[in-house]
Write a protein of this length. Structure first.
Length: 210
């Protein structure tokens, strides 16, 4: 991949998931990476820690953007270090049970999604709204790539919707999604997926309130 493109891709991934993103490409025998972050996670400090632990060869940047080079055989060490560091420093405390509006599951329709899109473009200082949705049951779950949890939630009125919670299979959020049998309240962002010219709505669960 052209090295000039990975910064653009990292930035778009960061904006879409509202989480730090790193895109890596191979250049000869060296891996080159471009990183973009959110205001809640200092990617520049991460790069310094990676250098100190000799996981990457060199790199630099500031709190929102950085780049680095590394050897291919350190890629698993890199992944483990970053995942642990992010969970330790964030641990889904960014939202702290804060949300922009309480809605019902029945309100989440294409028309509502269109209204949300009018608030864009979304990024660091204009995040997708967080919604509180009460009294839903988790009826089906699946672990994806050993770290994300996909779940279907259902309301009292029988409405169901697909959800995803990223990087949560080993924390408290993942534990409740996978095992909790009672009704639960969720804090989530609404995303619109476009696949094969078909649009579907999916919730990105960011927090739970028992």
């Amino acid at each position: 991949m052209n090295e000039g493109l990975i910064g653009i891709i990292a930035s778009r991934l960061k904006d879409y998931f509202n989480k730090p993103s790193i895109v890596i490409t191979k250049s000869n025998n060296i891996l080159k990476a471009s990183a973009r972050s959110t205001s809640s996670y200092n990617i520049g400090n991460l790069i310094k820690s990676l250098i100190d632990h000799k996981i990457i060869d060199n790199g630099g940047g500031h709190n929102m953007a950085a780049g680095f080079t590394m050897k291919k055989n350190n890629i698993k060490l890199l992944d483990a270090f970053i995942q642990n560091d992010y969970i330790k420093k964030n641990s889904y405390k960014v939202n702290s049970n804060k949300y922009d509006l309480e809605i019902s599951l029945s309100a989440i329709k294409n028309k509502f999604m269109n209204e949300i899109n009018k608030l864009g473009p979304f990024g660091n200082f204009n995040h997708l709204p967080f919604f509180l949705i009460r009294n839903v049951k988790i009826i089906k779950t699946q672990i994806i790539n050993k770290k994300h949890v996909s779940a279907i939630i259902k309301s009292d009125k029988g409405l169901s919707l697909k959800t995803i919670s990223f990087n949560c299979s080993n924390n408290e959020i993942g534990k409740y999604l996978l095992t909790y049998k009672k009704k639960i309240n969720i804090i989530a962002q609404i995303h619109e997926n476009n696949w094969n010219n078909k649009k579907t709505i999916q919730l990105n669960i960011r927090d739970l309130i028992l």
